[in-house]
Design a protein around this ligand. Structure first.
Ligand code: ADP
Ligand code: ZN
Ligand code: MG
Length: 502
């Protein structure tokens, strides 16, 4: 039997103010091409690179998050290659002494026979990005050196992945970690997270024991700009390589292929350079780094990471694991939820009677999940807004949840209030009153409306009384319409049942 062997190499653009070795702005997206450049990042002779302290801190934080050993002795090296995106004709990178080595990341794999997998991290190192080439402009290639010299961290994994889904889940978790650490936007579509996937096949027997070579020559797949691309490209490569094995012509030399998302295939590129081709040698202008003290300092200030936060959300707020995962996907949404829950805890504490947090927890978890993830999430998606620019504060959102929890607001009216909150950013209680959307608490008025509705639909009443009970929702609907959604559906139903019996 053949099984895939997959290892990933990921580049993350670090969110520093300045470039890796000079003072030029690093991520000035609006800047005209070739304006954020200087003698250092253009590689003029006689200039001296100075490592960016923030990039080193960010890189070390990622190393710690990936459970790596942080180097007591690390250095930079020159990786030589000749290409227009590299004005010095070498890239300052790290070869044999990277900042972080020998770590791991545990990732949950949904719907899998390996639900939690520990993937080994070989190493993580710092380097500078190359310039950006734009091919095909009037048959020419244009080069923008603004990107040249911006800081990157490259993370290399062990070949521990068994399928495309595992690779995708790992990349998504890595993205979350980068965002929680606030060291990179880690957006694959925007190119600030890039992934190369290495893949080969291995022969195993029925017990999963390796037959033949432990590792076979691999194919490195490049040019994938989304998680979906990575997944599709790997699935394609697994099929392609399996077929080659079955035809008796397995891959015999390591090569590089590019993913063509339009055609849905990988295409041969060049054959792969090995390290010798790059003639690595130590960067003589930068002294070695001892990161031990920095790592000790950073350990004290590491933020809570996504996995820990998800587990705590389940434990502390009684959320379902899937809801907790969705909330913790974006740290800003998680902060919003956390703030909402603490407001709700305070509110429950201030209520008279026997409402307490532990008993109300499941209900609150259900309401916050439903209203935050599906309803508010949906409304924000429709308007293409993000929680960061949403006008609803967690205080107002918590107040909204209390109105729902105490049935002062029903679901239909709730959605209208939420919409108005998004527009106005005002308190839900005020909006509810302004819009006259509070639940009809006047039972007498509701009874009158029901009487009138029944009187004007005599035929349906007769059919109901003759046993057609499925007409009940029709009557409830009439009342909801008549009261513009302000009647409580439960109360309406009960009143209708009584009136239709008589
Ligand atoms: P290279 O010499 O091409 O740089 P490395 O040994 O540095 O190769 O590994 C680069 C990446 O490829 C790592 O993520 C590693 O896990 C993965 N890898 C190495 N060998 C294989 C293989 N035979 N099949 C699949 N992936 C591999
Ligand atoms: Zn510069
Ligand atoms: Mg390598």
């Amino acid at each position: 039997m053949l099984i895939p062997v997959i290892g990933l190499e990921i580049h993350l653009q670090l969110k520093t103010k300045s470039k890796m070795f000079c003072a030029c702005p690093a991520h000035d997206v609006g800047a005209s091409p070739n304006t954020n450049v200087c003698a250092i990042c253009l590689g003029n002779p006689g200039t001296l690179p100075v490592p960016n302290e923030q990039a080193i801190r960010f890189g070390t934080m990622m190393g710690l998050a990936l459970n790596c050993t942080i180097a007591a002795h690390s250095k930079f090296d020159r990786k030589n290659y000749f290409y227009p995106d590299l004005p010095k004709a070498y890239q300052i990178s790290q070869y044999d002494l990277p900042i972080a080595t020998n770590g791991y990341l545990e990732v949950e794999i949904p719907d899998s026979d390996r639900p939690l997998v520990r993937f080994g991290i070989t190493r993580a190192h710092l380097e500078e990005d190359a310039a950006k080439n734009t091919h095909g402009v009037e048959g020419k290639t244009l080069v923008d050196y603004n990107r040249g010299g911006t800081p990157l961290i490259e993370i290399v994994t062990e070949p521990d992945f068994k399928n495309a889904k595992e690779a995708k889940a790992f990349l998504q978790e890595l993205q979350r970690i980068a965002r929680y650490l606030d060291i990179s936007n880690a957006d694959m579509e925007k190119g600030n997270m890039r992934c190369d996937a290495n893949i080969s096949m291995r022969e195993v027997d029925a017990d999963g024991q390796i037959i033949g070579a432990r590792f076979n020559p691999k194919t490195e797949v490049k040019n994938m700009n989304s998680f979906r691309h990575v997944e599709r490209a790997l699935e394609f490569e697994i099929k392609r390589q399996t077929k080659l094995w079955e035809d008796g012509t397995p891959v015999t030399v390591s090569t590089t292929r590019g993913w063509n998302d339009v055609k849905g295939i990988t295409e041969a590129q060049r054959s792969k350079e090995d390290a010798a081709d790059y003639r690595y040698f130590p960067e003589p202008d930068i002294p070695p780094l001892n990161l031990t003290a920095l790592a000790e300092e950073l350990k004290l200030h590491m933020p809570e990471l996504p996995a820990a936060r998800r587990a705590r959300f389940v434990e502390e707020y009684g959320l379902k694991p899937l809801d907790a995962a969705q909330m913790c996907d974006d740290p800003a949404v998680a902060d919003f939820a956390e703030h909402t829950f603490s407001e709700l805890q305070e509110w429950l504490g201030s209520q008279e009677g026997d409402l307490d947090w532990e008993t109300e927890k499941p209900k609150m978890a259900r309401l916050v999940s439903g209203w935050l993830l599906s309803k508010l999430g949906g409304l924000m998606m429709e308007r293409s807004i993000d929680i960061r620019i949403c006008k609803i504060t967690p205080e107002n959102f918590a107040e909204f949840i209390t109105l729902i929890a105490t049935t002062k607001l029903n679901g239909t009216a709730g959605l209208k209030v939420l919409n108005a909150m998004l527009d106005a950013g005002a308190s839900p209680t005020h909006l509810m009153e302004d819009l006259k959307l509070g639940t009809m608490e006047d039972a007498g008025a509701l009874a009158d409306i029901i009487d009138r509705a029944l009187a004007s639909n005599p035929e349906e009443v007769l059919r109901y009384k003759a046993g057609e009970e499925k007409l009940l929702p029709f009557f409830v609907g009439l009342i909801m319409k008549e009261t513009q959604g302000t009647a409580d559906p439960g109360v309406t139903r009960n009143m209708l049942l009584v009136k239709l019996k008589s």
